[in-house]
Design a protein around this ligand. Structure first.
Ligand SMILES: Cc1cc2nc3c(=O)[nH]c(=O)nc-3n(C[C@H](O)[C@H](O)[C@H](O)COP(=O)(O)OP(=O)(O)OC[C@H]3O[C@@H](n4cnc5c(N)ncnc54)[C@H](O)[C@@H]3O)c2cc1C
Length: 450
């Protein structure tokens, strides 16, 4: 991309959306200043030190189909810091059974047929009905506004899915990717996830994760990349207000005011609503509140020995959802570090740590028998109250596009109109979209000038 050579651009917010917008626009020649309120880049993908350990604020995974996210990681020179399964392979455990969801080389959706034929939590009727529903979901028009108004849970029941099929199969993937239970999720967002991740291409659902702390993967590499591109990064600098006069933007921060030709606001929805001038988006006041948020918590267990041989497992018939081996990323010298990721955690976000420990350690023992004889050396919890926007039916109309109604002002963020749920891929797509809109506008302005 080139074409922003004389553009002074402020990017507000240094999460994945802001990082992407800043990198893309700096690559196109803009003079970029990135403002970030916190002392580091990376936004909701962050890490902190606990003694000798590196702890992520929450386990993150991506899929092979997250092409924009993977392109950003490549641009940051960080691809070697990630792992990506050669073929989708999920070990699934319940207190009484174990199975694998593993794909074959057959084209989608047949690539999962062999695993599903042996999947022990479905009876024969469930399997047949699942296949029919998967084909029906493949044909759902996710872009139709009417689809967004429908609940995924209702749609699954209408398509003959039993409670067991919903829990053991649809929600196994759906809760983690949508951060909502099927009954609370928009059909459009669910259809997008399953169509792109599972139903169209046999390799798109292969799972990837960071092999290093998230801070190193995103925030640190972004800081290096932006410095090399000549962008200025102002950390610990929350932007307080935005105003437009004489065709330029004034950005007010505690460090002072600066003037820019264009602004990309890549902050969470409530922050965006507070910053945007009136009329910038076509929504009634209070829209960010109506969009809402959904929490995720992670339970962290430090053990004196290895009890999980897989990089991760998923659980069914259990309070546990997904468990990840974090030993290498954390730098734990001996024993094992497990992170239990619990999405759609409305009922858990305010539960005290001791209560979570009393409830989840026995639940974990029932799916990881080796834990019975292990010593639990540490147990702590990370909580993200506003991990994602709430992907409820009717959400699409509360997600504005990148280009606002005000010249020179653009929006980015996983919550904007990306068609994806709030994911790293959605965040990066939104940053790409904001950069592309700015570039297109700059081109048309320079054409008009000519
Ligand atoms: C625990 C957890 C687990 C998750 N798991 C996954 C997963 O497995 N896979 C996946 O794809 N996604 C996952 N997500 C979602 C993913 O992390 C987010 O969708 C994505 O990181 C959002 O990026 P963003 O840039 O849109 O927003 P943010 O990361 O929220 O970035 C916004 C930034 O703006 C800054 N800011 C706010 N106000 C101001 C201001 N006034 N001035 C300056 N700066 C400001 C904030 O400090 C922040 O850094 C998870 C999220 C959480 C919390």
């Amino acid at each position: 991309m080139t074409g922003l050579a004389s553009c002074r651009l402020a990017v507000i917010g240094g999460g994945l959306a802001g990082i992407t917008a800043a990198v893309r626009c700096a690559d196109a020649g803009a003079a970029v200043t990135l403002y970030e309120a916190r002392p580091r880049l990376g936004g909701l993908t962050s890490s902190f030190r606990r003694g000798e350990l590196w702890v992520d604020n929450g386990q993150h995974v991506f899929l092979r189909c997250c092409t924009s996210y993977r392109a950003l990681v490549q641009r940051l020179g960080a691809e070697h810091m990630t792992a990506l399964q050669p073929r989708l392979d999920i070990a699934v455990r319940s207190p009484s059974r174990a199975a694998r969801l593993r794909r074959t080389r057959l084209p989608a959706p047949l690539h999962l047929a062999a695993s599903l034929a042996r999947y022990p939590w479905l009876n024969l009727g469930d399997r047949v009905r699942f296949a029919r529903a998967a084909l029906a979901l493949r044909a759902v028009d996710a872009a139709d506004p009417a689809t967004d108004l429908r609940g995924f849970g209702d749609w699954l029941r209408e398509h003959g899915q039993s409670a067991s099929a919903v829990h053991c199969l649809w929600e196994l993937v759906g809760i983690a990717t949508l951060n909502a239970r099927a009954d609370d999720a928009s059909l459009a967002l669910a259809a997008t996830v399953f169509q792109i991740g599972m139903l169209r291409d046999n390799c798109s659902g292969d799972i990837g994760w960071s092999a290093v702390p998230l801070q190193r993967l995103h925030g640190d590499t972004a800081a290096d990349t932006l410095a090399k591109s000549g962008a200025a990064v102002q950390l610990r600098t929350p932007v307080r207000s935005l105003s437009r006069s004489n065709g330029a933007w004034d950005v007010e921060a505690d460090t002072g005011s600066a003037r820019f030709d264009a602004v990309i606001a890549a902050v969470p929805p409530s922050g965006a609503e507070a910053l945007l001038p009136e009329g910038a988006v076509d929504m009634e006041p209070g829209w960010s509140q109506r969009l809402g948020s959904s929490p995720i918590i992670n339970l962290h267990l430090i053990l004196d020995r290895t009890v999980l041989q897989e990089p991760f497992i998923a659980a069914v018939d259990s309070d546990v959802q997904w468990v990840f081996d974090r030993t290498d990323q954390s730098g734990l010298p001996s024993g094992q570090y497990l992170a239990v990721s619990l999405s759609a955690a409305d009922d858990l976000i305010d539960v005290p740590t001791a209560t979570l420990r009393d409830r989840f350690v026995p639940a974990l023992k029932s799916i990881l028998p080796g834990l019975e004889s292990a010593e639990l050396k540490d147990f702590f919890v990370t909580r993200e109250r506003e991990a994602t926007f709430r992907p409820s039916p009717g959400t699409a109309r509360l997600r504005p596009p990148a280009r606002t109604a005000v010249p020179g002002l653009y929006l980015a963020g996983a919550w904007t109109a990306t068609e994806w749920p709030a994911t790293m891929e959605g965040a990066v797509r939104s940053g790409d979209a904001a950069a592309a809109a700015l570039l297109a506008d700059a081109r048309s302005l320079s054409t008009e000038a000519v």
